[in-house]
Unconditional design. Structure first.
Length: 196
């Protein structure tokens, strides 16, 4: 974002604003006693509630703080990810827009090729450094600092509930070989706000 997107978009008059979760979220890891992350358990995976609370609602509150009365929110979900398009009814003023699905109809591989044809580096899927929806390849790509933060967060969560894990193997993230040997790799968040 800092080395490619921000300077190149600034050349055409587009400003990127980072909105901090800490300024606009009303919940952190838990809402009441329910963890918001899709943690792995012995019986499966918990629902993904974090995207709505830490992204969608944060952006809505940020826009409202600017007195925005109507917003068209462009989502970078590609045509081959149609299952991630949100069909629920957001507030009327906050309209979701999917140009890569309904207008230019580009698949993810075509989007990546377009970015690379511009001389920019291959864009990774965006995700949080502690996201249980990451596949092993994405876990391997984390910096040592981010992996250490994820491991510390997992231990913090397990202090409250030792049966919750960030990785599908249900083993601590620092003990993982991240070798893609388990089925169901590269799972995705279905909320429409992650991995865009």
């Amino acid at each position: 974002m800092d080395s490619v997107l921000t300077p190149n978009l600034a050349k055409v008059g587009v400003e990127i604003v980072r909105v901090k979760k800490s300024q606009f979220a009303t919940v952190d890891l838990y809402r009441n006693d329910d963890i918001l992350m899709p943690m792995y358990t012995a019986t499966g995976k918990l629902p993904t509630l974090c995207s709505n609370e830490w992204k969608r609602r944060v952006i809505m509150r940020y826009l409202r703080s600017l007195s925005v009365k109507e917003a068209r929110v462009w989502m970078g979900i590609s045509a081959d990810e149609m299952q991630r398009v949100r069909m629920d009814s957001p507030p009327k003023w906050f309209q979701m827009y999917y140009p890569l699905v309904f207008d230019v109809r580009m698949r993810r591989v075509e989007c990546v090729a377009l970015v690379e044809s511009m001389g920019w580096p291959k864009p990774p899927r965006s995700s949080c450094w502690m996201c249980p929806n990451m596949g092993d390849a994405e876990w391997r790509e984390l910096s040592n600092a981010d992996l250490a933060k994820a491991a510390a967060l997992e231990l913090e969560i397990q202090a409250k509930d030792p049966e919750l894990f960030l990785h599908k193997s249900q083993k601590h993230v620092l003990s993982q070989p991240f070798n893609d040997s388990l089925p169901g790799d590269e799972s995705e968040c279905q909320t429409g706000f992650c991995f865009v």
